[in-house]
Design a protein around this ligand. Structure first.
Ligand code: GL5
Length: 808
């Protein structure tokens, strides 16, 4: 390949502006320039993608299909330019053409087709699968609206629609010729023809699934994979035949149903929303995906009999669980196989990743809904369920276990049990989480089929989350490790450990952090009008708002600090800034109250002169991937304080660590593995362990006792009742913690039990901060040991242990 120069890019951009927008560079807006840049890179990737695909076909390579209802891609322009090795050239070309490169990058909307960690993980894994040269495709829905935009109005969250496609659609390549038809409702009819039994779904509502492909460039490779996003259309814009038969409403209904399927991403994180539209979304994308995989497979091999040898389907949580009955349907009804052969192929093709142990997130669908919406799939689920149940009975002879492991039970379809029955592998996402799955959540299934269970600890795209977003640190790493080797071999970061006693290195590391803090402060000032003091500790908790993640514990500690300052204005010598960012699911009232509380407290502290240059609380509006990219390099303290046993892994924790922030955290999720690498001396650990939480629950936990015993805690909680200067009271949160509410027990997430230990951990942290050399050394160790949390490592483990595909 001839190298692409700044000049080549400049020419390509100029030409693209003309042919696509009829503009010269002098006439084009920033938005048009952003789209032209996307189109130019897309063209390059499209060429490489065709080559990648042809090569895989010729080699008859095994394909990985990664199904996820969420892909939280964020912005792509800088990332694609980076991966293609063109970032400096693109910057220069844009500047030569009279644009500010930073403005062009900044104008790109986030493709926010996901809620949080689960969706971002899928995006990171696409990058690694491509970089490791694995023939892989991601599949999801082309939501018209991504996760809502959050505005804070009078301290409260307001949701606004996220029309990301206005500019973001430049990355999408529609492939209408590969449209699939997905059928809903109707009745199942069986008939014999020429000695063959045929099963058809009659009078169904047919929805068209149109693929819109997004190219994914790998780093340091010509390999390009695709994220296939399905858009939903009605079969005909208006069904004229129905009109002429006077069925006006039916025509309109079909159209409305089709159009709503891809309308909006469900904004619940770690929570099941049992709406029929959500089930339609799941089947829509699963059926379209499998039909397109099956068509390509049959075209190449002329049979479906070797499907499992050439394909592996990884499902991201249970949301795509309908792949199991849908693949059975295709193998039996379309390919004419008998049950046993179809089951053999299915159970060698599908693997399931579990991402949560929260019971409110485990998917169960009403049997009546499945039966009505997907009559043929329902028949297959029933038969899978019957056979699985028999297997369990024969193995355990224990009605309790039969009930627990059942797929269809009590009028519900339990998706996790379906995935365990129909999958070849089940994995958790951190060591602790995978153990909890085996010992607790899926204990009986593990007892029967232990070979299916394994662990793959999550990882993040370290090229995006370190090198791309933190150029200062990237420069230091290159200098210390002798080049950019770490980009493809993240364990090379380990070499940084050798510099733990090198004063100049530690100083440089501190200076990089200081510069990143100043840059973030400037950004916050420009975009939000907030003044941040770059000399303060940047103590950060950014993640979805959820009670188990315990933002409220963080708030209680800040209240305690504030009250201490009231008693003694000199109690704080080191300025301390607490930064929060979090979206709450629109229907999650308690989460929204906690957001309001954070804002009330921030306002109180802002208006109290005692706090000036000592204490500050800031709620960052609309936390999203692109904001995280600004914030991670500037963060010094990473709050990972979930109730032990509740956070499956966490991936934000890894992003902070890689950028040199020190963790204040519990032994939960991947924090456990971080602690194994860092030891007590390089993080601020506190609180109950997972087994201790369980024990306390069994013994009977009475938070009022702690309230009565601990005067600091007592005073903090009382402050919730009275509220702050804005006059809003938080008696509801007080009641929730001390007495429980709405069916949940008092202090369900053990905030009070961990309060003292947490305050002490924060105190240790603040004391350590005073010794900047010691702090920088700890920070260096964190960066040095973060290589294992690269997504490349995680994806290589999936490839070796589950998918059995070769990789670079
Ligand atoms: C999650 C878990 O809550 C996280 O702990 C985990 O890191 C992530 C990726 O495995 O998956 N499960 C889930 O439903 N969401 C998550 O972030 O949204």
């Amino acid at each position: 390949m001839t190298p692409i120069t700044t000049q080549t890019l400049e020419n390509a951009l100029t030409a693209k502006l003309m042919v696509s927008f009829g503009k010269t560079a002098a006439e084009a807006t920033d938005g048009e320039m952003m789209r032209a840049s996307a189109l130019v890179l897309r063209d390059m990737m499209a060429l490489r993608e065709v080559e990648t695909r042809q090569k895989a076909r010729q080699q008859h390579a095994r394909q990985v299909h990664y199904l996820s209802l969420e892909f939280l891609m964020g912005r792509s322009l800088m990332k694609n330019a980076y991966n293609l090795g063109l970032l400096p050239q693109l910057r220069e070309a844009l500047e030569h053409l009279g644009f500010k490169a930073a403005d062009i990058f900044e104008i790109e909307p986030d493709a926010a087709l996901g809620n949080g960690g689960l969706g971002r993980l899928a995006a990171c894994y696409l990058d690694s699968m491509t970089t490791l040269e694995i023939p892989a495709t991601g599949y999801s829905i082309c939501y018209e609206l991504g996760i809502f935009k959050q505005k804070i109005v009078e301290g409260q969250q307001v949701e606004l629609p996220d029309n990301w496609k206005d500019l973001g659609a430049a990355w999408l390549m529609p492939k209408p010729a590969e449209t699939q038809e997905v059928r809903f409702g109707g009745t199942v009819r069986e008939f014999w023809d020429n000695g063959h039994l045929h099963i058809v779904n009659e009078d169904a509502t047919v929805v068209q699934a149109v693929p819109c492909d997004m190219e994914i460039a790998g780093y340091g490779t010509e390999h390009v994979n695709v994220l296939r996003l399905w858009d939903a259309r009605s079969t005909q814009p208006v069904d004229m035949s129905l009109f002429s038969r006077g069925e006006y409403l039916k025509a309109a209904e079909d159209e409305a149903m089709a159009e709503t399927i891809a309308k909006v991403l469900y904004p619940e994180d770690n929570h099941l929303e049992g709406k029929s539209l959500r089930l339609k979304q799941q089947y829509f994308f699963v059926s379209a995906t499998l039909q397109s995989i099956a068509a390509k497979h049959t075209e190449l091999y002329g049979t479906m009999k070797n499907f499992h040898e050439k394909n592996v389907i990884q499902i991201n949580d249970t949301h795509p669980a309908l792949v199991i009955p849908e693949l059975m349907r295709i193998l039996i009804d379309d390919a004419g196989m008998d049950w046993d052969e179809a089951w053999d192929i299915t159970t060698r093709s599908v693997a399931y990743t579990n991402h949560t142990v929260l019971s409110e997130a485990l998917e169960r669908w009403p049997q009546s809904l499945v039966e009505f919406l997907l009559p043929r799939v329902w028949q297959i689920i029933l038969e899978i369920s019957r056979r699985w149940q028999k297997k369990v009975e024969d193995f355990y002879h224990d009605p309790k276990k039969t009930e627990k492991m059942a797929i269809v039970w009590g009028g519900q379809v339990r998706m996790a049990n379906l995935c365990i029955a129909g999958g070849m592998a089940v994995n958790g996402v951190s060591g602790l989480h995978s153990e909890i799955l085996k010992k607790d959540v899926f204990r009986d299934a593990y007892g029967m089929e232990p070979w299916k269970f394994r662990n793959v600890t999550n990882g993040i795209d370290h090229r995006r989350w370190l090198s791309e977003i933190n150029p200062g640190l990237d420069g230091l790493i290159r200098d210390l490790t002798g080049g950019d080797d770490y980009l493809l071999h993240p364990q090379a970061l380990k070499k940084l450990d050798d510099y733990a006693d090198d004063a100049s290195v530690l100083e440089r590391l501190g200076a990089i952090k200081r510069a990143n803090k100043a840059a973030f402060a400037a950004h916050a000032k420009k975009t939000r009008g907030v003044e941040l003091n770059p000399d303060a500790i940047f103590d950060v908790q950014v993640k979805r708002l959820h009670e188990y993640k315990r933002q409220l514990l963080n708030v209680l500690h800040i209240i305690a600090l504030y009250q201490k300052l009231q008693d003694d204005p000199n109690a704080i010598t080191q300025p301390h800034t607490f930064l929060f960012g979090a979206k709450a699911a629109p229907g999650y009232a308690v989460a929204k109250r906690i957001i309001r509380l954070i804002n009330s407290l921030a306002d109180q502290i802002d208006h109290d002169p005692i706090c000036r240059d000592k204490l500050q609380v800031v709620f960052l509006e609309n936390y999203r991937v692109s904001l995280a990219e600004q914030l991670m390099p500037a963060s010094e303290v990473s709050q990972q304080i979930s109730t032990a046993g509740k956070e499956a892994s966490g991936t934000g924790n890894m992003k902070f660590m890689m950028n040199g922030a020190l963790t204040v955290g519990t032994l939960d999720g991947a924090n456990v593995e971080m602690h194994d690498l860092l030891g007590d001396e390089n993080m601020f650990l506190f609180g109950l362990r997972a087994d201790e939480v369980e024990q306390l629950k069994r013994e009977g936990y009475v938070p009022q006792r702690l309230y009565n015993r601990d005067p600091v805690l007592h005073r903090c909680l009382d402050a919730l009742r009275t509220g702050f200067r804005d006059g809003v009271r938080y008696d509801d949160l007080y009641q929730r913690l001390l007495f429980g509410a709405g069916g949940s027990p008092a202090d369900e997430y053990f905030l009070l039990a961990d309060f003292q230990a947490y305050c002490q951990a924060e105190k240790r942290m603040a004391e350590t901060y005073r010794d900047q050399t010691a702090w920088n050394r700890m920070s260096l160790h964190n960066i040095a040991r973060s290589g294992v949390f690269a997504a490349d490592r995680a994806v290589a483990e999936y490839a070796d242990n589950i998918w059995h595909v070769p990789h670079k």
